[in-house]
Ligand binder design. Structure first.
Ligand code: HEC
Ligand code: HEC
Length: 455
């Protein structure tokens, strides 16, 4: 059964037409980081996905009352409705374009890294911020419906997402499993090998980490299994229509993308901070948190500590989903310099991340299960099921996403609405663990929360 499903997955991905794509881009002499940013915004590393004219018609297949609302709206309002539905935001330098897709001169959309690594906090768009509004599954389900109505061929994303889910909750994605699935059809030189025995896929959703913290890290990902390098970024463009030769040929481009990621600053908290209280909180942090998360300000340091799973106690699925075999396959490949890079085959737990700009990167924990820092500091009071009633809502008191909670989910919710709810009883989505704040009293937690705003 597992095997049959994966053969179907294979066929779905392989029936795409070979993609020639744009040629290596011509860029003016700028700093490496600036060039990397330009590449991400303007160069389509991933093949064309859908056309502007299709995107502009998606609303015609929306459920009511959305469809009627869209019908009565102006084109600009309608576009905003679509952006809100799918978690897209406008580019600051070119407001008519989305940050999360490259749109070429002919109107073709190709996904870029900002789909997951660019989004809004308190209504303001930041590059490198995990996209807490992303609704990939809803976007590609809508595209499937509209393309069928228009008699247009389905693309690999619309076909692939019928077999490998893209993400079951808004703001998180099954990105690690896309990587495993796509890698299992490549040899160590990244050449496509269509008929390799399919892997076991343990679907689970992850909240992307903020890019501005990459500069502090020596190893990447929540389990720190990969040594940091520009090559480690290239798996994210491993579409079946990109040949191995083409991806390896992008090495210089990805050095620039890497320089850009390392250059990003953490955003500053945009509201008032009680500095006196924060100063008290700093002491609480130094005594209770710094051993794992490091120190900030003048005496900055970051210890890169991995905490064993049975001690940290957060959701275990991510660690299990990436098996020793998957990690070995990665290690032997070009991505890890044919075994020369240092890869951990059996990580024991999760790495305590740097907390710069942590006010902005809600929800918290690697699976995005905790909506605010207050909830992170009150483990017993984390909500079982929560949802954001408004994409731009920010809770200044609890510091994080403004959410509403419900006791149980109705069974017959429509898919797009169900995905708005984060249900911590689902496998891979638990909000347990990280109980360290339990040793603090309420006054200490209050000052600590204020201090966390300053990072
Ligand atoms: C579909 C969503 C998605 C897209 C698109 C995506 N990423 Fe990510 N990215 C993730 C997730 C989820 C993680 C966390 C994975 C983990 O820790 O296991 C991640 C992790 C990373 C990390 C490691 C950061 C750290 O602190 O450990 C880097 C660097 C990164 N991505 C770069 C990129 C680049 C460059 C691109 C585009 C070429 C890209 N990503 C596209 C979802 C995505
Ligand atoms: C023993 C090590 C350790 C201590 C002590 C510790 N943490 Fe953590 N912390 C971690 C690890 C590991 C994670 C990642 C867990 C995960 O995502 O599953 C984490 C995650 C977090 C996150 C979520 C970050 C994000 O972007 O999702 C925050 C916020 C945080 N810790 C704050 C604190 C505070 C505040 C304290 C002090 C009361 C503290 N931690 C104490 C190890 C620690």
């Amino acid at each position: 059964m597992q095997r049959n499903i994966l053969i179907i997955f294979n066929l779905l991905l392989f029936t795409g037409v070979a993609w020639n794509g744009p040629q290596t881009p011509i860029i003016a002499q700028e700093s490496e980081a600036q060039e990397g940013r330009d590449l991400l915004l303007n160069y389509a590393f991933l093949p064309r996905d859908f056309h502007q004219s299709t995107f502009d018609q998606l609303w015609k297949d929306w459920p009511e009352p959305l469809k009627s609302q869209a019908e009565q709206a102006t084109p600009a309002e309608r576009r905003q409705m679509a952006y809100d539905r799918f978690g897209l935001s406008s580019r600051q330098d070119a407001p008519e374009k989305p940050l999360q897709y490259v749109v070429d001169n002919e109107g073709w959309w190709s996904m870029n890294c900002f789909a997951c690594h660019g989004g809004k906090a308190a209504g303001v768009s930041y590059e490198g911020l995990p996209n807490a509004q992303l609704a990939l599954e809803t976007l590609y389900a809508d595209l499937r419906r509209t393309k069928k109505r228009l008699d247009l061929p389905l693309g690999p994303m619309e076909r692939g997402s019928m077999v490998v889910p893209m993400g079951s909750t808004v703001g998180t994605s099954n990105a690690v499993i896309f990587g495993i699935a796509l890698m299992s059809y490549r040899d160590k030189d990244l050449n496509l090998r269509p008929f390799r025995f399919p892997p076991v896929l343990i679907h689970h959703d992850m909240d992307a980490p903020p890019w501005w913290n990459v500069k502090k890290r020596e190893r990447l990902y929540i389990d720190g299994f990969v040594e940091k390098s520009h090559r480690a970024l290239i798996p994210f463009v491993m579409d079946q229509r990109n040949s191995g030769e083409k991806m390896i040929g992008w090495e210089d481009e990805f050095k620039k993308v890497f320089a850009y990621i390392e250059s990003l600053p953490a955003p500053q908290y945009p509201f008032d901070i009680d500095q006196q209280l924060a100063q008290k909180g700093r002491q609480v942090f130094q005594n209770n948190c710094a051993e794992c998360h490091g120190s900030y300000g003048a005496d900055m340091d970051y210890p890169s500590r991995i905490i064993p799973l049975d001690e940290i106690g957060t959701d275990p699925i991510r660690l299990k989903a990436l098996s020793v075999k998957h990690r070995q396959g990665y290690h032997e490949s070009w991505y890890a310099n044919y075994g020369k890079d240092d890869i951990v085959h059996e990580p024991q737990g999760y790495q305590a991340p740097p907390l710069d700009g942590v006010w902005a990167s809600a929800p918290y924990l690697h699976n995005g299960s905790v909506p605010t820092l207050w909830h992170l500091l009150h483990p017993e009071q984390r909500p079982a099921i929560w949802r954001r009633p408004n994409n731009d809502g920010y809770d200044q008191e609890k510091v994080g996403l403004a959410v509403e909670t419900i006791a149980s989910l109705p069974a017959d919710l429509r898919g797009d609405i169900r995905r708005e709810y984060f249900d911590t009883s689902v496998r891979g989505k638990s909000a347990t663990g990280h109980d360290y704040p339990n040793r603090l009293d309420e006054a200490e937690k209050r000052s600590l929360l204020e201090y966390l705003k300053t990072l």
